[in-house]
Design a protein. Structure first.
Length: 278
């Protein structure tokens, strides 16, 4: 035997005793089910290189090829059984069971339609212009009592002033202005009424607070307010209207300011009575 071969084998023996040679894997006989298990020795580091020892040139002079295979020890155990195909049908069945065709979904029912009560039809009154009469319409006063608008001018003339909202600054100025000259209107045989869309209870509070001596009329739907041409964008325009005895409209100010409304109405009433007496 050549000296170099003897030295190589002696080095291999020394390395084997020192634990430097990589262990040779053991291959078991193939079972009848076609599975070829691999027995992997425990090697630190997670990776094991299975290498066939390099053959001696004397044993096989024509072969110089070394085969190396790398296997990861961190893979699941069943990954080592590469030739195991017996699980394929069961795996295919499980995958097929997860398909969307097997899932039965019931579509959500449409929500029930929301029932919206129909708005009550409110008949509009004909427009009231100069020369027209007060319409026959039932409203409520500040006490919640029903009144017939047409009957207001049965015995006397009527001064009706309109305010946007009770107990507000401008409306209180206008209402108190009529309060201060109220005796002058009654002296000339005219009654005074305040018309607004406020509720009777709100009008009562305002009447008590401001000490208003005349009645207030509630028109929540603004029927009479609209007929007088004082409804604009869902609100009430500040104005006043004067009806002679019998209910005919003889004067109007639409719009009018809070301070000029009471004296302007009183001035017209005085001049109207003067002409009527001639």
């Amino acid at each position: 035997m050549f000296p170099s071969v003897i030295a190589s084998r002696q080095c291999a023996i020394v390395r084997s005793k020192a634990g430097l040679l990589e262990p040779k894997p053991s291959w078991s006989r193939t079972p009848s089910n076609g599975i070829r298990p691999i027995i992997i020795p425990s090697v630190p580091g997670g990776l094991l290189q299975l290498a066939r020892p390099r053959p001696s040139l004397l044993d096989n002079p024509t072969s110089t090829l070394t085969t190396t295979t790398t296997i990861s020890l961190f893979s699941p155990p069943n990954r080592f059984f590469a030739t195991n195909m017996s699980d394929a049908p069961r795996r295919s069945a499980r995958l097929a069971g997860n398909g969307t065709a097997a899932v039965s979904e019931t579509p959500a029912a449409d929500p029930a339609p929301k029932i919206v009560p129909a708005e009550e039809d409110v008949a509009e009154l004909a427009k009231i212009d100069l020369g027209d009469s007060l319409p026959s319409l039932t409203l409520q006063n500040e006490k919640g009592e029903d009144i017939d608008v047409a009957s207001l001018a049965a015995e006397k003339g009527v001064v009706m002033f309109l305010v946007p909202k009770a107990d507000t600054a401008g409306c209180t100025t206008q209402a108190c202005g009529f309060r201060d000259v109220y005796p002058d209107f009654t002296e000339h045989n005219f009654d005074v009424y305040c018309l607004s869309a406020d509720s009777p209870s709100a009008q009562t509070k305002w009447q008590t607070k401001a000490q208003l001596p005349y009645p207030l009329i509630s028109d929540p739907d603004r029927l009479l307010i609209a007929a007088l041409g004082a409804k604009e964008n869902g609100k009430t325009k500040r104005s006043h209207f004067i009806f002679e005895k019998g209910g005919k409209l003889v004067d109007k100010r639409n719009p009018v300011t809070p301070t000029e409304s009471p004296p302007a109405a009183l001035e017209f009433v005085k001049s109207y009575n003067t002409k009527a007496s001639l």
